[in-house]
Design a protein around this ligand. Sequence first.
Ligand code: FE2
Length: 411
Amino acid sequence: MATQAHLEPAGTLASRLIATRKLTLDLAAPLSDADATIQPFPDASPAKWHLAHTTWFFETFVLRDHVLGYRAFDERYAFLFNSYYEAEGPRHARPRRGMLSRPSLDEVRDYRAFVDEALERALPGLPPALIELVELGINHEQQHQELFLTDMLATLAENPIEPAYGELPAAACCAIESLSWHRGREGIVEIGASDGGFAFDAERPRHRMFLPRHEIAARRVTNREWRDFIDDGGYKRPALWLSDGWAWMQEQGIAAPLYWHGDGTEFTLGGRREIDWAAAVAHVSHYEADAFARWAGARLPTEAEWEDFASSSDPALGNQLDEAGPVVPSAGGGMFGDVWEWTQSAFTQYPGFAPAEGAVGEYNGKFMSGQIVLKGASCATPRGHSRASYRNFFPPAARWQFTGVRLARDA
Ligand SMILES: [Fe+2]
């Protein structure tokens, strides 16, 4: 994964497009066609599908719609690689993405090269209004780079011989053992992305929120604290759990974070390793995060509390791209890195929300039901993809992403 350090988030649109497209290919470099074809479960996608779908996104919304005379690489790919855009017509069933032995990984690479060439040719002549679409395509591909890694982790974890994806950097240094608390701001604050600079539609408009007196933990919950929770019967005490969470846990037989084994080891992209007890806990669901917080005599932060703290404690992070990302995890205490942090906030529309126009209006808005907001970034988030206003979201039972916990409490 060392190649990711070369990605330069600044620079022209063209250079960022090329770097982003190249990073996806680099991520796939260690994979065989078979590695890239497996779909470990219906919500995860094969690596090959991520490579092709991100390409389809550019081909469809930029080249097909706006470049005169563009001819699709293969007309059949629209059916295979449309993810969820109803406006783009019928598509291959999501749970069956792992059934596609063809096109091969090499054919998908050819598809990427074809579209990249057309994009690079078209870019200088694109009207300013289309720049936003290219920007969206870059950010979309970055999201899929993270999904690529989390889906590969799930894929390799299925294999009893436990193959490693590659060497990873050492876990974040979490020397900060005792938990301290920051006083959050009380009163009316502004959250959401301001105008100017890229943000997804769901991050806008910027608006006012009232924050009660509260405190927010200075660091994320560690593996050691999670082990204490388990040892204290955390997964066996219904009073700690939301009803849906308790039912989910019973049904799924959940008793520890996703990739933990009972012997003090965990499966990672680098293979099976001893659990680093001082590192941030990862791969827990919202249900587990919520139960842990209750056990700890605290609660999960709201997205407004989280965002206001992140941007007011370091104003440079307000709406700016930061340096969070793979290769250089944060030191455990920062707001960006290691793991995404579950909030207690449902992913719903901000006051005055307007989805983007056209098919890409389906990007976020239609998922505003049954999803919980996560803030921050993870060790798998590409550099330059993070900001305080960012709203990641997953259903409360999801835990194959790099998801962890930061506590908050009333004060
Ligand atoms: Fe997508």
